[in-house]
Design a protein around this ligand. Structure first.
Ligand code: IPE
Ligand code: IPE
Ligand code: MG
Length: 248
């Protein structure tokens, strides 16, 4: 089985998991945290180098106040308990998104864990919090525009690397595989630039029910894909008679 270097997950379906059971949505989110803990262990076990979890989007701020508060509460509690787990397992925590919009106490714990786990090397756990890809790209463009205005960068010299370098994900490789749970076939403002050549995998399973078995199925499907990056299958197999342009 091929193991992606970077797995990204849109953890969707907590609310519906609860609603199906006539429970308040927040219980679905609570159950979702258990899935997070399981999946982190599974990914570590499988040798996945980077795991990015979409936990809260820029647009999720628009949900009812009670739900937002409850989600922030869960996040705070999760982080408080997480440091010792991460240290024990050698996992480094990083985060992307507009972190300053999170409650002050949460930002403080988050920054503390990020600093304390900085030298861990077994896996990088990247939490997307208050994250929206368009927001991230806008902030990157603002930084580019400032550098141009200050004469540090000439517009004609601007490269893809200059854009990459200004994204929150600048020191994280692009995802190899993106999983979305709950049957929705959309990307919902997640890593739009970074998933240009990412393999996509959708499952009907709601996030609280997402198991090791489901993860293995996704990895099997990923293993059977041929990632061509715009080239031909023969070029990648090494069966092409020549490479380069201009052949017919
Ligand atoms: C994903 O579950 C978690 C967050 C977006 C915070 P949802 O809360 O979106 O669950 P559904 O999609 O309403 O079922
Ligand atoms: C995407 O799920 C965001 C997270 C999983 C954190 P949403 O539930 O917010 O996405 P939409 O609204 O269905 O597109
Ligand atoms: Mg949802």
């Amino acid at each position: 089985m091929q193991i992606p270097r970077h797995l990204a997950i849109i953890m969707d379906g907590n609310g519906r998991w609860a609603e199906k059971r006539r429970l308040p949505r927040i219980l679905g989110h609570r159950k979702g945290v258990e899935s997070v803990q399981r999946i982190v262990d599974d990914c570590l076990d499988l040798g996945i180098g980077h795991l990015t979890l979409y936990a809260f989007s820029s647009e999720n701020w628009g949900r009812p106040r009670d739900e937002v508060d409850a989600l922030m509460g869960l996040l705070g509690n999760f982080l408080k308990k997480e440091l010792s787990q991460l240290q024990e397992r050698g996992i480094r925590l990083v985060a992307i998104g507009e972190l300053d919009r999170l409650p002050e106490a949460t930002v403080k714990i988050l920054k503390d864990i990020i600093a304390k786990t900085e030298h861990n090397t077994k896996m990088v756990l990247n939490l997307a919090l208050s994250y929206g890809s368009r927001n991230e790209l806008t902030r990157a463009m603002q930084s580019l525009a400032r550098d141009v205005a200050e004469g540090k960068l000439r517009p004609d010299d601007l490269s893809e690397q200059d854009i990459d370098a200004r994204l929150d994900t600048h020191d994280i490789p692009d995802p190899d595989l993106l999983i979305r749970t709950s049957g929705e076939m959309r990307v919902s403002n997640f890593l739009l630039w970074q998933i240009a050549y990412t393999e996509l995998y959708f499952t009907e399973t709601l996030w609280p029910d997402f198991s090791r078995d489901e993860l293995t199925q996704a990895l099997q499907a990923y293993s059977n894909r041929q990632r061509r990056f715009g080239l031909t299958g023969a070029q990648l197999d090494g069966t092409a008679d020549s490479d380069g342009e201009g052949r017919h």
